[in-house]
Design a protein around this ligand. Sequence first.
Ligand code: ADP
Length: 585
Amino acid sequence: MIFSNLIYRIVFLKKKKFLFLFLFASIIDSIFALLAVYSLVPVIDFMSTQRSTVLNEALSFYFNFISYFGIPFTLINSLVIFLSLTIFSSLIAVFLFYVSRQFSYSIVYELRSWALYKFYGQGLTFINSYSFGIMQNTFEREINKVADAVFSVFQLLSVTIFTLLMISFSMELSSLMTLIILVSFGFLGFFSLFIGNKISLLSEVTVSTANKLSSKLYNPLLNAKNILSFARQDWAYKTHKNAFNIHVKAALKSQTLAFTLPELFKTLSLLIAILALFYSISRGESLTLLLATLAVFIRLLPKIANFTEAYARIKEALPSINQYSMLFPKSKKNINNLNKKVIKNFISSISLDNISFSYPSRENVLTNINIDIKKNSFVSFVGSSGSGKTTCSDIILGLYKPTLGSISIDDCPLDKIDTISYLDLVGYVQQDTILLDGSIRENLLWANPKASIDDMWDSLSLVSIDKFVKSLPTGIDSLVGERGVALSGGQKQRIALALALVRKPQILILDEVTSALDHESEIIIRQSLKSLSHKLTIISVTHRASMAEHSDMIYVFEKGSIVESGTYKELIESNKAFLNNVGSN
Ligand code: ADP
């Protein structure tokens, strides 16, 4: 069902050009292959000691054709015609290969694009519920298998056209020999169904071991710093080795069986054809016609192998197709995004009204949260680790939908607002921002493609990093990330803040931006926030009391609830939850 949906989309929605080209090339290829074997018949006849009389009938078209052009019917002429057609048929086979690859790549592209589109469209709850290994393996390996299977369906169609043409011709030559071969093929086909199911079963194991292999290889790579600092490279090698061995064991089984099926078919087909030839000779059929029929089947053999290969590939890909469609179901978000309100400005307030939230794997992370954030105010969420602050700011960002209650921006429910127009008003910085592997300028332009050079310097100066950037040999074009200048944690975080500011946000959301920084860097960021306060709305998540000092309102989180709120001064004076949760540092 899912598979037929994919085929339907390829045929009816996209890539018609490549599909038609492929089908066109398949038909031309079949016709010329047929003509090439057809022109072989007189050559065989000339070489045979017993010239056939029945042959005149089968070749009447051939005789008419060459006599129309005034070509004498001789061995040499027949040979030249046969060789020319064979060479031309090979050239067409090359063309068919080219358009097949083109079509097959276009299918991979379509599947990847759909997957990417649906991936981002599903939202964070869905994305977080899958392991990186599964995602990575699906994008890198399984999608290719799905694409191969989709292509194989069209290949089956192309091979069927070829086979039907060839068989109708060989029926003309020797119906007895052709029928014997066809019936035997029928039995072989029936037998293949069983092998096909076995291939699918083995392939299921291959997909799951491939998911594990990806995660065992890439997770350590992503945590290279940890591995090096704990000197656990051996562990990474060993983890990969074990996962690799398990995967290879499974993959070898399913791949070998998938390879065996067409091999078996090829060998048995040849045996059947030879046996049918001898049987037909014993029944007194013309040797020339039988040899020509054999030539047809020999020409057909690679295509029959293609047929079984395609079948085995589809069977092998069934578990990959399941994984693909499970990960990338129809995106609800994209449908719902129609008719949403596009907003251009943040006017008055963000209201969280009785919000409760549960993750699929963890319940009651937030309960009955009520917060009202006025435009241009500076609000802090404080509380100990795990108290729900980040989840609350993610809900404000629209990354998660509340399980109960509602969030509205200027009195309009957030889920009725066009997400992109809302996020265009927001600047967001998190604790471990990963900068793009490129220059500072490229990073700033990634954050806001419309930023002018003045905008970029303004945002760098707002976080007091402009002087440092100017002092670098290549200034704003200096590379950051692995290949670039070594930035301290504080410098990196200030550039991350500049990235948020260059978007000229009306709402700035900061999630523990200073928690990994030294005291000096924190003071600089705190100063930047102070200078920004009341020019835009700031929502800062922190577990440090000092970071909340300049806020207009502090909300203290404890086990998913707000236990206290007020100004810094009020909370210090009340000497309750605020100080218990964050201390006074
Ligand atoms: P804080 O920002 O205050 O440290 P969080 O909002 O990050 O707290 O987390 C609140 C609770 O939700 C914690 O118990 C945390 O373990 C849990 N949690 C956070 N993210 C997820 C997630 N993606 N899936 C399941 N539980 C989560």
